[in-house]
Design a binder for this molecule. Structure first.
Ligand code: HEM
Length: 410
């Protein structure tokens, strides 16, 4: 495998993904690697890009595509496993024409204008959560926030809450660890159980809409399937789970970070409170930049090529650790400062870029902006009552706890 790290040159610097201390605060380590060495390797030797310009170029170049099934084969999943079969049809694992076809079927449902109607729902749920705990004036955001993106996507997709109760409980069992490093048999079993339940749930929903069509996204997807060649049955089930399932864990992570960073930076919360309509967007872009929900994106080369001064062989995997570009001083002045007044049009890498740019980003942004607005309006004197610790070896960043204290303002 060609590499510029060989031939008597210095050994490649390693991102210490197997050390808990890295996960507790990866940014100083990523900064050193990015600014001094430009790129690095994972403990397994695979290459990692860390600079904004290199990350952007990777996502723009046709020689790099998303990893397909090998991504989960490396994590021990095999054909026939529910998670493997889900990934086979998943939009994130497809490339080229199939990928464009799948995205085009759902794109229109997820534009900034089509997602606007979720704003009121989210704002209401966050306000209710704050009001419910008003007497104690305390609760753990990490424990309680997940219901907000869950109920919001249920409302957005026009699923009856009664139809979704059971799957909501099963999904809380958690499948996220299956996409991180260090996947054990126990994690595989749990994830397979969650994905089997999720696909069964969507299968039942499809049959219900087939017999009683509605004016909703799922009914439109069923029409595309019945059309014959636009969407297969397996693609239909998985595409809908991509939207339904993709909307919960990442958004919950960012909602927690919104509470966390606003509680940790009262001066920034004061700015937001003084001008919520003007600053809720900037606040959320900054939370996304500062605390990316996804830790990394995986790419694979489809031809021998060079990037970031590295030789890459056809079939070689190369990842981007999002904390690198998001805090690259070449793109952001004083990148370790949390500053809600930065230019909100200067998007970070948190939703990735290129053909696989997050399909739900407009929805996630709308949900997060309303979360920030509800905090500013209803949670006064907001503070953390303990220091949250970032969990190690995850794919979706998360803290162990996020206990807050506040005074509810109606
Ligand atoms: C703050 C919350 C979110 C974050 C940080 C996030 C992040 C990402 C990232 C980084 C990717 C690219 C992954 C890659 O190519 O390696 C992605 C893709 C995707 N996201 Fe999101 N996402 C969020 C919310 C959502 C929501 C709400 C939905 C559904 C409505 C969603 C659906 C998807 C789908 C379907 C893809 C695959 C797109 C493709 O491969 O073409 N995401 N997301």
């Amino acid at each position: 495998m060609p590499t510029n790290y060989g031939a008597g040159m210095v050994a490649a610097p390693v991102v210490p993904l197997d050390e808990d201390s890295y996960w507790a605060d990866p940014y100083p380590i990523l900064a050193e690697l990015r600014d001094r060495h430009r790129s690095a390797v994972e403990p397994d030797g695979s290459k990692v890009l860390l600079r904004w310009a290199d990350a952007e170029e990777t996502k723009k170049r046709a020689e790099f595509v998303n990893e397909g099934l090998e991504y989960i084969e490396r994590r021990g999943f095999r054909p026939g496993d529910p998670l493997y079969e889900w990934r086979r049809y998943s939009v994130g694992a497809r490339n080229g024409e199939d990928h464009r076809r799948l995205r085009s079927l759902v794109n229109r449902a997820l534009t900034p204008r089509s997602v606007d109607r979720v704003r009121e729902v989210v704002y209401g749920h966050v306000r209710d959560l704050l009001e419910r705990h008003r007497d104690a004036g305390e609760f753990d955001v990490r424990q309680e926030i997940r219901t907000v993106p869950f109920l919001s996507i249920v409302a957005f997709l026009e699923i009856e809450p009664s139809e979704a109760v059971a799957i909501g409980q099963q999904m809380a069992g958690g499948a996220g660890e299956a996409f991180g490093p260090n996947v054990t048999q126990e994690i595989r079993d749990r994830a397979n159980g969650v994905f089997a339940a999720l696909m069964e749930f969507v299968g039942e929903l499809v049959e219900a809409r087939r017999s009683r069509p509605r004016d909703d996204l799922l009914t439109r997807l069923i029409e595309a399937e019945e059309d014959g060649h636009r969407l297969s049955h397996d693609e239909l089930i998985v595409l809908f789970t991509n939207i339904f399932g993709g909307a919960i864990e990442t958004t919950a992570s960012l909602m927690t970070s919104t509470f966390l960073e606003l509680a940790a930076h009262p001066d920034q919360l004061a700015l937001l409170r003084a001008d919520p309509d003007g600053l809720k967007r900037g606040t959320i872009e900054e939370v996304l930049r500062y605390r990316p929900g996804f830790t990394s994106t995986g790419n694979v080369a489809v031809a021998d090529t060079r990037i970031a001064g590295l030789d890459i062989a056809e079939g070689e995997k190369i990842s981007i650790i999002i904390g690198g570009p998001n805090r690259d001083p070449a793109r952001y002045a004083d990148p370790d400062r949390f500053d809600v007044t930065r230019d909100p049009t200067r998007w970070s890498f948190s939703f990735s870029m290129g053909p696989h740019f997050c399909l739900g980003q407009a929805l996630a942004r709308a949900e997060l902006q309303e979360t920030a607005a509800a905090i500013a309006r209803h949670a006064h004197d907001l503070e953390l009552t303990a220091t949250p610790q970032w969990l190690p070896r995850v794919m979706v960043n998360n803290v162990d706890q996020c206990p807050i204290r506040y005074r509810f303002e109606p």
